[in-house]
Design a protein around this ligand. Structure first.
Ligand SMILES: [Zn+2]
Length: 785
């Protein structure tokens, strides 16, 4: 790791300025751990570190070789074995506490995810009989009969001739099935989020079909996790475990690099270019690159200058009129005058970055070219979107999850957006949507669009409940929602916010001019989505997940709130400052869509980006572009992102294929599609779930990742076996193994323990556990006092 430097004592520590401005982990803290360790290691515990599969005999022989420990506080000082065990009990108690706390955090997350129906198995779109309309393109191998081949070739030709017309040409709204109304009712519950009721009787009695955590419960749970991850021993311990994972990775690469290369060579046909990769985080309004946008604007100025495009100050203006008022001709326009690239001037200036969305700094042009809801009903944006999507379709292996905004200013936003998508036939096998909700309550409040926070909740969620109750009330929205994966929330995270921990104002009482904090937004998105999902699941409609922007800047609260409530996150670069939370994200294998080029322009320079470290530790990360319009130069921004990462961090082709595979797993495509892309058993853990013929990731790599994770989880289970958690554990289904619960396959160890009651050997084995010496030191201090 280029980020590391070596201290005099030969201990690698990360660049200390990574830790200098965090309350969670500082340099002195790091030194303290090292001192503890060395002190303790001098005196005792000479068991070899790193051995993870010790046998009982090995333990026995290790125990008999323990040197004499000169302490009087330990009873039975004559027998070295007894001494060790006595000490070990103290260590064990400490470890139990630590692991118990970590396990509780994971249990909490599981509870929230389960209650909100965000697991893969909860989403009807992942069932085998889910119908995708228009259907995904057929497999190209083995070759179809000649007449079919002819037909496909003709289709490809037609696309080249007219890309805009080709996209979505197989979609016909009249062919879509629109189901009828459902008997259940919905309404606002006492906590200010929507609830679903069986009938009116239940509604008046306040008995919804499902109960969800209240805001108070949510803030208590968040508090608990915050206390765990800021606890000294826990963060030291997690930091040790993460460093252990680093070392383990380095060892693995040293030993297996060439084997991986050989394995990849042996796979016919597949290479980095033809594995599927999903751009897991990209904003629709900046999905095209600058050159593309420029070309588009110029062509519109030449060919359609008489289009009436905007209504300003009581006048309808044509495109020609707009450019005349700006004193510009097509000839004047260049990338430089467009000025939409964010490089030097936007670092740590999110305000400036937002202005970059205006072509030539003119909000009028943004309004005309980059909005779905404008005087021309978003026709231009739809056309340019189709051009971009057509490029994706012809490159075949790149997919996008576009984020489009629902602001919550008025209740008809959903219908307008859905009509825009449906009427313009923006349907493609390479395209799915996420809804981003900007956290702009304070602005709408100031401009008197809303009275209180409740208005935003109503505007965002009421149409979704209406369409779930009766799809025929908003038919376009029903069809559009089938292609929507979930919700995101966006804005500048570095804005200061007032935390609320004592009083929990209801949304209807939140009428001050202040913006609610991140966690408050996320809680209400969570609660509403949860209620909605339960109903949609019941009706056989696809459910929605939360995948917010999180941990790009700002407080640790954000990452904690998302840990509880969200299926995955975007950015997450601040996890580098919170070791215990990073370790939890690792254990839960929460998907993180990282965008180092975007971070480089806004918050964190490229060389300090934690992506390579997260990757080697085995966090579930993928690469994404964020804003191609602002950050990228080519027409394949996703490849550009991979390319820069590969060059700077020396990623091997196996690394890139692994990132690509992660991106498919994190994405929201239907199970059938994922099976086609990365293998029919993709949801299974470890090597079983890898189809090298499709992913080009060697089994040896997938096996290593899985074994490593399993060992960490096994350790967790030895020390913190789950008794009966507060959540109802349904029998695990196949889909539990991915994402939310990499936690599922631990039962064998637990059963072993319960059957044999042989706690001791397992715990002795743990003496060889990195991080344990620090725990031991603390235990010793405690017994001495
Ligand atoms: Zn973004």
């Amino acid at each position: 790791m280029p980020l590391n430097k070596t201290l005099g004592n030969g201990v690698d520590i990360p660049n200390d300025d990574d830790y200098d401005d965090t309350p969670y982990f500082d340099y002195h803290h790091l030194k303290a751990i090292e001192n503890h360790d060395s002190k303790y290691l001098c005196q005792s515990l000479s068991v070899s570190p790193g051995a993870s599969h010790l046998t009982e005999e090995h333990i026995a022989s290790t125990l008999s070789n323990i040197p004499e420990i000169p302490t009087a506080s330990v009873p039975h000082a004559a027998d070295p074995k007894v001494k060790f065990e006595a000490k070990d009990n103290a260590i064990t108690t400490e470890l139990r506490e630590l692991y118990g706390a970590l396990q509780k955090c994971l249990d909490l997350r599981e509870k929230y995810i389960m209650l909100s129906g965000q697991r893969l198995m909860d989403d009807p779109r992942n069932s085998d009989d889910w119908e995708i309309y228009p259907a995904a393109p057929p497999k190209s191998w083995p070759l179809p009969p000649p007449e079919e081949l002819e037909r496909r070739k003709a289709k490809e030709k037609a696309r080249e001739a007219d890309p805009v017309a080709a996209v979505g040409s197989d979609f016909d709204f009249s062919q879509c099935k629109i189901p009828g109304a459902h008997v259940y009712q919905f309404g606002l519950g006492p906590e200010g989020h929507y609830q679903v009721y069986k009938n009116e009787l239940d509604q008046t009695a306040g008995q919804p079909i499902h109960e969800f955590p209240t805001p108070r419960e949510f803030y208590d749970d968040m508090d608990y996790i915050l206390s765990v991850i800021s606890d000294g021993p826990a963060k030291s311990f997690a930091f040790r475990r993460l460093r252990y994972l680093d070392s383990k990775w380095q060892m693995y690469i040293l030993l297996n690099e060439f084997q991986e290369l050989a394995d990849s060579k042996r796979t016919p046909h597949r290479d980095f270019y033809n594995v599927r990769k999903v751009d897991t985080h990209v904003h629709h309004s900046s999905c095209m690159n600058q050159k593309h946008l420029l070309r588009f604007i110029k062509s519109k100025m030449k060919r359609s200058q008489d289009d009436v495009v905007i209504y300003r100050d009581g006048h309808e203006l044509t495109l020609k009129g707009v450019f005349e008022s700006l004193n510009l001709t097509a000839y004047d326009l260049s990338i430089d005058t467009l000025d939409m690239h964010a490089h030097k001037d936007s670092f740590h200036r999110f305000d400036k970055f937002n202005l970059k969305y205006n072509p030539i700094g003119e909000s009028r042009l943004r309004e005309i070219f980059m909005k779905t809801d404008n005087f021309i009903q978003g026709r231009y944006l739809a056309e340019i979107t189709k051009e971009v999507v057509s490029d994706l379709e012809s490159s075949k292996y790149q997919q996008v999850e576009y984020r489009v905004s629902i602001y919550g200013r008025s209740i008809d936003e959903w219908d307008k957006l859905a009509k825009w998508v449906v009427n313009n036939k923006l349907f493609s096998p390479n395209l799915r949507w996420l809804i981003q909700i900007p956290r702009l309550y304070n602005i709408y409040k100031a401009s008197k669009n809303v009275d209180n926070f409740q208005d935003i909740i109503t505007n965002v969620f009421q149409p979704l409940f209406e369409v779930t109750k009766d799809p025929s009330s908003h038919p376009e929205l029903h069809v559009f929602l089938q292609r929507v994966i979930g919700f995101d929330t966006v804005d500048d995270e570095s804005k200061p916010e007032k935390p609320i921990f004592k009083d929990f104002p209801l949304p209807k009482d939140w009428d001050s001019s202040n913006n609610p904090p991140y966690s408050y937004y996320l809680y209400y998105m969570y609660a509403n989505t949860a209620a909605l999902n339960k109903w949609r699941q019941l009706r056989g409609f696809n459910t929605l997940v939360l995948r917010p922007h999180c941990g790009e800047a700002g407080d640790t609260d954000h990452l904690t709130a998302a840990f509880l409530t969200s299926y995955g996150i975007s950015h997450g670069i601040l996890l580098r400052k919170v070791p215990a939370l990073q370790y939890l994200y690792y254990l839960a294998q929460i998907g993180i869509a990282m965008s180092p080029l975007s971070n480089n322009a806004l918050f964190l320079t490229y060389e300090r980006n934690p992506l390579p470290q997260f990757f080697q530790r085995g966090l579930n990360i993928s690469l994404s572009t964020d804003d191609p319009l602002q950050f990228h130069f080519t027409k394949e921004p996703l490849i550009e992102e991979y390319s820069v990462a590969a060059q700077i961090w020396k990623l091997s082709s196996t690394d890139m294929c692994e990132l690509a595979r992660n991106s498919v797993i994190q994405s929201g495509w239907e199970d059938q599609v994922k099976s086609h892309w990365i293998g029919k058993d993709w949801y299974k853990p470890g090597v079983e779930g890898n189809d090298m013929q499709k992913t080009n990731v060697p089994n040896i790599r997938v096996g290593f990742r899985h074994e490593t994770l399993k060992e960490e989880l096994d350790a967790l289970r030895r020390y913190a076996p789950r008794k009966d958690a507060s959540v109802n554990h349904e029998p695990m289904s196949k889909h539990d193994f991915v994402g939310v619960a990499g936690l599922a396959e631990s039962s064998s160890i637990q059963q072993h323990l319960m059957a044999h009651k042989e706690d001791d050997w397992v715990e002795n084995e743990m003496s060889s556990f990195p991080g344990v010496s620090m725990v031991a030191e603390r235990a010793k201090l405690r017994t001495n006092h």
